[in-house]
Design a protein around this ligand. Structure first.
Ligand code: HEM
Length: 499
């Protein structure tokens, strides 16, 4: 049997588990007894999805992103249950309250790519986390920092609009690939926020090559997004970790080495700029002058983190929203009417967003129906906890199924349908965390506000200035090779400037 393909999925939600019940039966018994001892309130034990000896439920988890299988199991076992992934086990839950569980559990691939948890999103909830989170909020994502980067976001909206106007006349022969344009603009924005400037190309000293901008994007964003869900079968069988898995190790290490080389080149170039007296409003400038000193590795990872976070999830959301609007002309018209009523002949701006409930509903419904992160990166329960009425002992690994929460039939009527109107009925401003797409608790997404501003102004401008329709419906399938739920085939659209 090909263990690699069997074991493929679990990496998507973070990798191996610490036992709720062990792989071998005596281990199971031992763990069960210790759980009972550690369960003073005598709460019910978690339902267990039955699996086969040794592999547990791995055979049923064929996809790299198993959120649909998790959701199907929830129909039988309820919103919270335990599964076995090889020799280890984990709890899968569709719950919204998990505040006290904020430590991460990473797969081998993620351990390497995150330089052993040296970034905000993947670190444990410790002093390092607090320091680097404070840094990113102060310099990029917090309210004051967002104001300082406003000009970059406005430039992004202008660039997007002018590129679309240039392409529109030919779009019936050469349909628009929005993903390419939007992703490139987000990358520009990220580089400006992090280093103060965009690039055309980059000389990478450690590799002895000059890379065009697209290759830099590949190395900093696309490769790590794919590497993050790579599988090392040893994650599921820790007692076999002495067996080499050279193919896997080489692939991930190459990604690590190339990313390090590119980031070093960028840091060197901009450190020279700073030393020559040219200061810019950038994360590097802030980290070198005002923040608590970081090691070389911490600095590199701190700077890389917002690049990968900015360039992917916001694009995934925006592409799905435009795809849905393009194939729902009535809803597109409704949004256009709202924009016309609020903005008249002026361009849509961030200030106007609060007056546009339908645009907000489009954004939130897209996050619900196409949650970019389907499963929250694994968390680790470090103290005995009650979750969804069950006792979850310390040491358990936890996967929160965001997709499942957002598709729950009891909460959302016809959850399969993309229907922004469902949010209008609520008759009050929509909370950014209404759909769980940004996670929750202490580790909730720090970039939610930036994502909302970029996606809403982007969607608003595109609908304000053009009529969108699909060239051919490239379908709803999701790309299973990257960390997020990107559309499998990019949307191809025909756009017509509005009068
Ligand atoms: C639509 C866009 C986005 C979605 C759906 C999203 C989703 C998420 C999710 C699910 C988490 C994990 C939360 C948890 O563990 O409970 C997270 C964490 C995080 N996100 Fe986002 N994200 C988005 C955009 C961004 C952007 C643009 C940035 C910044 C540039 C960003 C920065 C972060 C950071 C720093 C964390 C870690 C927070 C912590 O651990 O304290 N995100 N995001």
């Amino acid at each position: 049997m090909d263990v690699q393909s069997v074991a493929a999925p679990a990496i998507a939600y973070g990798g191996p588990a610490v036992a709720v019940a062990g792989g071998l039966s005596f281990l199971f018994l031992k763990t069960y007894l210790s759980q009972q001892r550690a369960n003073p309130n005598r709460l019910p034990s978690l339902p267990v999805v039955p699996g086969v000896p040794l592999l547990g439920n791995l055979l049923e988890l064929k996809e790299k992103k198993p959120y649909k299988t998790f959701t199907k199991w929830a129909e039988t076992y309820g919103p919270i249950y335990s599964i076995k992934t090889g020799a280890t086990s984990m709890v899968v839950a569709m719950v919204t309250k998990f505040d006290s569980i904020s430590t991460r559990k990473l797969s081998k691939a993620l351990r390497i790519l995150t330089a052993d948890k040296t970034m905000v999103a993947m670190s444990d909830y410790d002093d390092y986390h607090k320091t680097v989170k404070r840094n990113i909020l102060t310099s990029i994502l917090g309210p004051a920092a967002r104001k300082k980067h406003r000009a970059h976001r406005d430039t992004m909206a202008e660039n997007l609009s002018s590129q679309l106007h240039a392409l529109a006349p030919r779009s019936s022969h050469e349909p628009i690939n929005l993903r390419k344009l939007f992703q490139s603009e987000l990358f520009t924005l990220a580089l400006k926020q992090v280093f103060g400037k965009d690039i055309d190309s980059l000389y990478v000293d450690d590799l002895g090559v000059t890379m065009p901008r697209e290759e830099v994007f590949q190395v900093l964003v696309l490769d790590p997004m794919m590497g993050a869900i790579e599988v090392d079968w040893r994650d599921f069988f820790p007692y076999l970790k002495w067996i080499p898995n050279t193919g896997f190790e080489h692939k991930i290490e190459q990604m690590y080495i190339r990313r390090e080389a590119v980031m070093k080149a960028l840091i060197q170039e901009h450190t020279k700029r700073i030393h020559s007296g040219e200061n810019l409003n950038s994360y590097l400038d802030y980290l070198l002058s005002e923040a608590q000193p970081l090691t070389e590795k911490q600095l590199l990872m701190s700077l890389w983190e917002p690049i990968i976070e900015t360039a992917d999830t916001t694009m995934v959301t925006t592409e799905w929203a435009m795809y849905e609007l393009a194939r729902n002309p009535k809803r597109q018209d409704r949004l256009y009417e709202e924009i016309r009523n609020v903005c008249g002949s002026e361009k849509i701006t961030e200030e106007k967003l609060c007056k546009m409930p339908y645009l907000s509903a489009v954004f939130h419904e897209t996050l619900r129906r196409h949650s970019p992160v389907s499963i929250i990166p694994l968390r680790y329960v470090h103290e005995n906890t009650v979750l969804g009425g069950y006792h979850v002992p310390a040491g358990t690994e936890l996967a929160i199924n965001i997709y499942g929460c957002n598709m729950e039939k009891e909460i959302w009527e016809n959850p399969e349908e993309w229907n922004p109107e469902r949010f209008l009925a609520e008759n009050e401003p929509i909370d950014l965390q209404r759909t769980m797409a940004f996670g929750g608790g202490k580790r909730v997404c720090a970039g939610a506000m930036q994502a909302m501003l970029l996606a809403c102004v982007g969607i608003g401008r595109m609908v304000q200035e053009f009529e969108w329709r699909l060239d051919d419906d490239t379908g709803e399938d999701v790309n299973t090779l990257g960390l997020t739920t990107q559309k499998l085939n990019p949307m191809h659209a025909i756009i017509k400037p509005r009068k």
